[in-house]
Write a protein that binds this ligand. Structure first.
Ligand SMILES: Cc1cc2nc3c(=O)[nH]c(=O)nc-3n(C[C@H](O)[C@H](O)[C@H](O)COP(=O)(O)O)c2cc1C
Length: 143
């Protein structure tokens, strides 16, 4: 099992409609190649994890990197991992929402996201905590 996480800046015209389109394509293509993962959209940034066979992850990331709907794609971590974090989702989605902001898990999420943007690649403990907090937040509420 191979995993890869990155963050990027959404281009200024990214809308809910555009994100729906990304998710639709992603879920179809990821399903076909046995890739699972999660896409987070927060304050006009994306953080994504993709997991699957190494060759699929690397060729998918090549395509994602070149996508004009985002820029400044920064790799956080890639490598072998035991098992999947998002095995139940071909591409889970999580975005900020007002009503969740007082929730304790949401605070964890924001703290970890801040740490991620401050630390350079290689901070796998923070990255793991981040994805675990996202998984807790989306369990039961994936669109
Ligand atoms: C933030 C972001 C995340 C994406 N994630 C995926 C993904 O997980 N799987 C996927 O197939 N495409 C994803 N895409 C879309 C790809 O970049 C690409 O447009 C899509 O795979 C279709 O490629 P094709 O036109 O070469 O078939 C993502 C795009 C963006 C901007």
């Amino acid at each position: 099992m191979y995993q890869l996480s990155y963050f990027s800046k959404a281009t200024s015209d990214v809308s809910e409609e555009i994100i729906s389109g990304i998710l639709e394509t992603s879920r179809e293509r990821n399903k076909a190649i046995g890739v699972t993962g999660c896409l987070v959209f927060h304050k006009f940034s994306f953080v994504q994890i993709i997991e699957g066979e190494k060759r699929h992850i690397q060729s998918l990331f090549e395509d994602i990197r070149q996508d004009k709907r985002h820029s400044e794609v920064t790799l956080l971590w890639e490598g072998k991992n035991n098992g999947r974090n998002f095995g139940d989702w071909n591409m889970a989605y999580f975005a900020e929402s007002e009503e969740r902001s007082s929730n304790g898990e949401m605070k964890n999420f924001e703290r970890n996201l801040l740490l991620l943007s401050e630390l350079s690649a290689g901070s796998t403990a923070v990255l793991d905590m981040f994805w675990i907090s996202v998984r807790k937040l989306i369990s039961g509420e994936v669109i």
